[in-house]
Design a protein around this ligand. Structure first.
Ligand code: PLP
Length: 399
């Protein structure tokens, strides 16, 4: 039997084989230092777990309204107002199974087959796959030669065509850790207004910001910008709750209502117990958020300084999230232990095979020559990993 065009065009994750190899090595008893994780390594705070236990014990175990239970949507509305200066009443908020599902549902609501979605590269790979699953075309804007790896209004303008419908802005960015300032966002949003584009502002790392940088929500810039923007966030990264699967989207009522209708038929509302836990995360004590941020900050210093000491690696200091994204092109086009390394995928593979270090290649993020290192790992592992990188460089064959 034939598969649909969309099913056939879905590509397997480029890093899957690498992860499988890393897992196999661990299963074989090898010590692998892995920088591949995309989630905090902390446990979910105790008060949040207790809220979930209370939900189970009190029988809060049935379907909730499809767009999320009213109390949680109120709590999200309050968080948007406190943190982002955004006035999103609960009716303009959709709670989903993680920000990932919210993004896909909202893409389904604004994209028709053949529409184009602008992705400033480096970008989070799921955006491209989700756009394709809507029958739309991801258009990658290469920003790797820009000073902050960030999109400029000029590059944006040059990429817009008659079929362009949506621009995705992810700040703080996975994988670069870069944060867009107010002026930068204003200039980009202005172009989106002129060309009547939707903006998806993915702000899931907004609470993880360092060195006094501050997060600006695109939708807060003006009413005109707010009318074309959907803001995405989640409890996943901020509260070490990736497995609970609660994210949310907020935007114009019409599009959020449409996404709610879709969600009601595709998955129904998200897990009732996790929603109660998310309520506690947003409304309960916030000290753990700052504790985690400070820990990430220390690890960031250690990792980035260590990477920059290695000849052939150049790492911009990430301003947010928990990833370092060094340019490793200086390590390419050499042999290591007899193995030729010409691109980031080959580099990742060689690092794993030779010194048992796992890092994600830049190519799936639209940035050949780069590697992504997560610093959601212990300081001890960061030190071990840096040692391993040094051992790898020492394996370079004289040419
Ligand atoms: C940029 C970005 N957006 C969205 C998500 C999805 O978050 P969630 O786990 O809430 O679905 C991730 C997760 O890695 C991410 O890095």
């Amino acid at each position: 039997m034939d598969l649909s065009n969309i099913a056939r065009s879905a590509e397997p994750s480029a890093t899957l084989s690498l992860n499988a190899l890393a897992k196999q090595l661990v299963a074989d008893g090898e010590e692998v230092v892995s920088f591949t994780v995309g989630e905090p390594d902390f446990d979910t705070p105790e008060n949040i777990k207790q809220a979930a236990i209370r939900a189970i014990e009190s029988g809060y175990t049935k379907y909730t309204p499809a767009s999320g239970y009213p109390g949680l949507r109120e709590a999200i509305s309050g968080a948007f107002s406190r943190r982002n200066g955004l006035d999103y009443p609960p009716g303009r908020i959709l709670v989903s199974n993680g920000a990932k599902q919210a993004l896909y549902l909202l893409m389904l609501c604004v994209l028709d087959p053949g529409d184009q979605v602008l992705l400033p590269a480096p970008y989070w790979p799921s955006y491209a796959d989700q756009a394709k699953a809507c029958g739309a075309e991801p258009v990658v804007i290469d920003c790797t030669s820009e000073p902050g790896l960030k999109l400029t209004p000029r590059a944006l303008e040059a990429s817009i065509g008659p079929k362009t419908r949506l621009l995705i802005i992810n700040s703080p960015c996975n994988p670069t850790g870069m944060v867009y300032g107010r002026d930068e966002l204003e200039a980009l949003a202005q172009v989106a207004v002129e060309h009547d584009l939707w903006i998806f502002a993915d702000e899931v790392y907004e609470q993880l910001i360092y060195d006094g940088h501050s997060h600006v929500s695109t939708a807060s810039l003006s009413d005109e910008i707010c009318r074309r923007t959907v803001t995405f966030n989640a409890v996943s990264k901020t509260y070490a709750m990736t497995g609970w699967r609660i994210g949310y989207a907020a935007g114009p009522e019409e599009v959020i209502t449409a996404a709610g209708r879709l969600q009601s038929n595709l998955t129904s509302g998200p897990n009732s117990i996790a929603q109660k836990a998310a309520f506690e995360a947003l409304n309960g004590p916030q000290e753990t958020v700052e504790e985690m941020r400070l820990t990430f900050d220390k690890r960031r210093e250690l990792l980035v300084n260590g990477l920059n000491e290695i000849d052939g690696i150049e790492c911009r200091k990430p301003q947010g999230a928990f990833y370092a994204f060094p340019d490793c092109s200086g390590l390419l086009n050499h042999q290591y232990n007899g193995q030729q390394v010409d691109n980031s995928m080959a580099l990742s593979k060689a690092l794993l095979e030779t010194v048992r270090l796992a890092a994600v290649p830049g190519s799936p993020f639209g940035a050949e020559g780069y590697l992504r290192f997560s610093y959601a790992v212990s300081e001890e592992d960061i030190e071990k990993g840096l040692d391993k990188l040094g051992q790898f460089i020492a394996m370079r064959d004289a040419t």
